[in-house]
Design a binder for this molecule. Structure first.
Ligand code: ADP
Length: 667
């Protein structure tokens, strides 16, 4: 029995010692009766010293410890009550306890296990700290985000403000600039000394350069802000390319470069797109190609790369054999105000805006542009654009009317609020010999139109009291008057043009007004309208030169300042040189000697302008010249050669007649 008791006691002790948590037994009076090693370790005293001491004295809050102890008695147990042991580390414990009884069920004392939760607490604190830290970082990140959003908004507003400022300033500068350039042109027509002409040329060149810059800035601001609108009208790509190349012919000839057009004939004849923008893109690229090339050639090509029932994708390329661009500059040249090297501006001029605009214009139409280049070998810029296919005819194909100052009794109503522009229009119209009245705004124009008869109205768009759109709407809808109206606009890129069409305007002309274009527009708009009947019947009082069907000597007489000796000399030179050229041209074609054909036509071309022969024939000669360069196609041009031959023969006959007359009676 005794042995059994000893075994039980050992068994109990080993259970007690097995616990890593401090374990105590406490008497009813609250004295410690037994404890394990974990308890002696934590208290830091020996078992003997601790037994018999007051249990509550080992806690930082003895009263709370007593209450917990009493709870064990009351309820028979307690679980997870937090307390802190008064050791030098202040160990946090969870107090779990239950009563123990004798065989008769009398409570003898309490067993408590105090679970050391220092590590859990440390982890919990760390976790808490981590949570707080995470919350803090989230807060900081959110603050940073909202700061960044505010900064973006400020930056966006600043960009918008910059665009608005540029746009407004450019507009404001453009009006006086247009007047400066316009009046310079007018001054050119007066008698000037050589020096004055030189100074005037400098003023005009600077003015033109400034207007180009202002327009470029406006264009950029517009594309940037998404305000750039693109037309969708049917036009012929082939004609557009030829027109672009012709524009550069003089420059190219001056630099002794060659120009080639490579046109893919499978491109549909008429496509729908924005010819003005396409011109702007190609002009910029060809202008650069000519500028940066001193020997060799420039090739402008168009190739059909994709086609389906509705659309055609075309790749345009401009290739030169010029100075090339360094590889590390190939991207930056497309940025605003960027040139390939710091001395580009000094050597070649320019502002570094052209390619930025080109890229914007191409991309805004859904296309893309790439450049390939090698220093000292040359550069190719290629861009692709998508066009819609159509069955309709080319709308842009307009004959530019030749300047024929004979048409005089056209009465024009100019509606324009800015005094400088009024003066300029007066001068130009007086020059054409047209009658003109000026109205300061749309309202005054309507009053004048009710009282008086006019053949055509030139209408500014933005005016006080009543603007050009309102006035046109009134004229069309209230007065039911279909008098031709041409809009005068400083800004051909905005939605204004669409509005012009919608309110019933017949055409538009961009400021600064080019006198030849203005004349041509007035005459062609009038021709298209019923008004032309009255006009042509009475008004085609042709000047001397125009009694001939082929030639017109007005220009020559003007250029020679009506000097009969000079006129006779030039006519004689033409009469001497042309018949052999006609023969050479005909023989060249007959013998398939394309070089001979090319060289004969090439020599003929400059004389068309001098003798006032219609530009149609000059263009015909240029076409023959082009064909002579591509002999595989030249067989089919018999008609052109024979027409050219007839025109030049007629010109000779008419010039001979005029030569004899001038010799006898003077100019
Ligand atoms: P700009 O011609 O007014 O300087 P662009 O934006 O049209 O401005 O061209 C930017 C720069 O790209 C030019 O200054 C030039 O350095 C380079 N560049 C453009 N086209 C060519 C080219 N065909 N050959 C060589 N360099 C070119």
């Amino acid at each position: 029995m005794e042995q059994f008791k000893t075994e039980r006691s050992r068994y109990a002790r080993s259970l007690i010692e097995a616990s890593l948590d401090p374990l105590f037994t406490i008497s009813l009076e609250g004295k410690i009766t037994d404890l394990n090693k974990a308890s002696t370790d934590i208290i830091g005293n020996t078992r003997e010293n601790i037994i018999g001491t007051d249990f509550f004295g080992y806690f930082t809050e003895p009263i709370k410890a007593r209450e917990v102890y009493q709870d064990v008695y009351k309820n028979g147990f307690v679980t997870n009550s937090p307390l802190t042991i008064k050791d030098n580390k202040l160990t946090d414990v969870l107090f779990n306890g239950s009563v123990y009884k004798d065989d008769a069920g009398n409570v003898l004392g309490v067993v408590v296990v105090a679970r050391d939760i220092t590590e859990q607490k440390r982890i919990a604190t760390k976790l808490n700290e981590a949570i707080v830290f995470a919350e803090l970082t989230t807060d900081i990140a959110e603050q940073a985000k909202s700061k960044a959003e505010r900064a973006t908004l400020i930056a966006e507003n600043a960009v918008k403000a910059k665009q608005q400022f540029l746009s407004n300033m450019s507009h404001e500068i453009r009006t006086p600039m247009n007047a400066i350039v316009g009046f310079t042109k007018v001054l050119f027509k007066t008698d000037l000394t050589v020096k004055q002409k030189e100074y005037l040329s400098a003023i005009k060149m600077s003015g033109d350069a400034l207007i180009v810059l202002i327009n470029d800035i406006l264009d950029l601001a517009k594309v940037d802000s998404g305000k750039m609108t693109f037309e969708k009208i049917p036009f012929k790509i082939s004609l557009s390319l030829s027109a672009m190349i012709h524009l550069f012919e003089t420059k190219i000839r001056e630099k002794n470069l060659q120009v080639f057009k490579e046109y893919d004939n499978s491109i549909p004849d008429v496509l729908v797109g924005d010819p003005v923008r396409l011109h702007q893109i190609i002009l910029n690229l060809v202008d650069n190609a000519v500028k940066f090339t001193s020997t060799g050639s420039i090739t402008v090509s168009a190739r059909l790369t994709k086609e389906d029932e509705e659309n055609a994708t075309i790749e345009f390329s401009v290739t030169d054999t010029g100075i090339g661009i360094a590889e590390n500059k190939l991207t930056s040249i497309f940025e605003n105000f960027q040139q390939a090297s710091s001395n580009t501006s000094r050597l070649y001029g320019g502002t570094g805006l052209g390619l930025a605009i080109v890229k914007n214009l191409v991309e805004a139409q859904g296309g893309s542009i790439v450049v390939k280049s090698q220093i000292d070998t040359g550069t190719t810029f290629s861009f692709t654009l998508n066009f819609r296919k159509t069955d309709s005819l080319d709308e842009s194909e307009e004959d530019i009317e030749e300047f024929a100052p004979g048409i005089k009794n056209i009465k024009v109503l100019v509606v324009e609020d800015i005094l400088l522009n009024q003066l300029l229009m007066k001068t130009l119209l007086d020059d054409f010999g047209f009658q003109r009245d000026i109205a300061e705004n749309g309202k005054i124009a309507i009053e004048m139109l009710i009282k008086d008869d006019y053949d055509i109205i030139l209408m500014d768009l933005h005016m006080p009291v009543m603007n050009g759109f309102e006035a046109t709407g009134y004229i069309r809808n209230e007065l039911n008057n279909d008098i031709p109206i041409i809009a005068l606009t400083a800004d051909v890129t905005t939605v204004d043009l669409e509005k012009c069409r919608l309110v019933g305007m017949n055409d538009y002309i961009a400021k600064p007004v080019d006198d030849r274009l203005l004349y041509s527009k007035i005459v062609s708009v009038l021709k298209r309208s019923v008004y032309i009947k009255n006009v042509t019947d009475e008004a085609t009082l042709r000047d001397k030169g125009t009694k001939f069907s082929c030639i017109n000597l007005d220009g020559l007489i003007k250029r020679t300042k009506s000097n009969p000796v000079a006129v006779l000399e030039i006519i004689k030179a033409y009469l001497d040189q042309t018949p052999p050229l006609i023969t050479a041209m005909n023989n060249g074609y007959k013998d398939k000697d394309w070089n001979k054909l090319y060289s004969a036509v090439h020599k003929m071309i400059p004389s068309f302008g001098i003798m006032g022969i219609k530009t149609d024939y000059e263009n015909m000669a240029k076409t023959v010249q082009e064909y002579a360069r591509a002999p595989e196609q030249a067989n089919g041009i018999y008609d052109l050669v024979s027409q050219l031959s007839n025109v030049c023969t007629n010109a000779c006959t008419e010039l001979k007649e005029e030569y004899d007359r001038i010799k006898k009676t003077g100019l």
